[in-house]
Write a new protein. Structure first.
Length: 301
């Protein structure tokens, strides 16, 4: 096997294998190569590996060959089924398998058990970055990791090369759970912003003029994140409430009537307004004076 360790490096950098060269995988690969890590790559479409070969990567002919090359194996494929398909037949005994493929908490836990049965340590990852943020520390991108703490500690330096590394527990599903929780919050935020811009469509209000006001207001409302965490922990939804559920539900009619008047669908905000209304209707005397955080408890099935 070819020795790809840099000859002039005082401390040889950890060699690793990367399976998957989509946009994210390619960004990861280039960052590790630029840092001097010996890298073996494999991709189902071999042509995508040609440019990386020119940059110093060793291109394996098969996933099994790529896995055999190094102890640390990183997987960044389309989905969990692709991971199983690519690694089918590869000898994982003694390997440290890091799965950066987007998946669910249940898939992370199942894949951890699958890897353990094949003799490998396993860590699942949730990438909180776009490809352009990889290798750019100033971008703020990072990756959640969960599963084997020993694996994470052993390879932390290498894992932190592309983006910050945050270990969130030995439950293999927790990286994906953190990932999806943050992305879900982002989705709701984007929904509200989209509704706001839709309201001014056709009015003499330029989106660029509303933009700084939106940013400022949303920043000021950031207190809700910590407030919700404290109330969900204490289960106290009534102490120190400034704008209670009854008031919020009454005020929601203005939001809906304005949307109707502006010819804008309320589909992006209606689910949250409906949730608050259901919480209040269930027991007005008990819930009317609560903070709106109490409505969150109704989402658990």
């Amino acid at each position: 096997m070819t020795d790809n360790t840099p000859q002039n490096s005082p401390t040889p950098l950890v060699p690793l294998t990367l399976l998957g060269l989509g946009d994210m995988g390619t960004a990861l690969a280039r960052t590790w190569l630029a840092a001097g890590h010996p890298l073996t790559v494999w991709n189902r479409t071999a042509a995508k590996a040609e440019a990386l070969a020119a940059e110093g990567a060793v291109v394996a002919a098969s996933p099994a060959e790529a896995v055999a090359a190094n102890r640390l194996v990183v997987v960044c494929l389309l989905d969990d089924a692709s991971v199983g398909s690519a690694l089918d037949g590869a000898d994982l005994t003694g390997k440290d398998l890091v799965n950066l493929t987007t998946g669910t908490p249940a898939e992370g836990r199942a894949r951890a058990a699958w890897a353990k049965a094949r003799g490998a340590r396993f860590a699942d990852g949730g990438i909180m970055a776009t490809p352009t943020m990889i290798g750019a520390p100033e971008s703020g991108g990072y990756v959640f990791y969960s599963g084997s703490r020993a694996l994470f500690d052993t390879h932390r330096a290498a894992l932190e090369v592309p983006a910050g590394a945050r270990f969130v527990g030995e439950d293999p599903g927790h990286a994906a759970l953190h990932d999806v929780a943050l992305l879900s919050a982002m989705t709701g935020l984007f929904a509200g912003i989209s509704h706001a811009y839709a309201l001014i469509e056709g009015e003499d209000i330029a989106p660029k003029d509303l933009s700084p006001l939106l940013s400022e207001w949303l920043g000021a409302m950031g207190f809700f994140v910590g407030n919700a965490a404290e109330r969900l922990t204490s289960r106290d939804f009534t102490t120190g409430v400034e704008s209670n559920l009854a008031m919020q539900v009454a005020a929601s009619g203005t939001l809906l009537r304005t949307a109707e008047d502006q010819g804008v669908s309320a589909e992006l905000i209606s689910p949250y307004l409906d949730l608050m209304r259901r919480r209040l209707t269930a027991d007005p005397a008990a819930h009317g004076g609560e903070d709106t955080v109490g409505a969150i408890t109704m989402l658990k099935r």
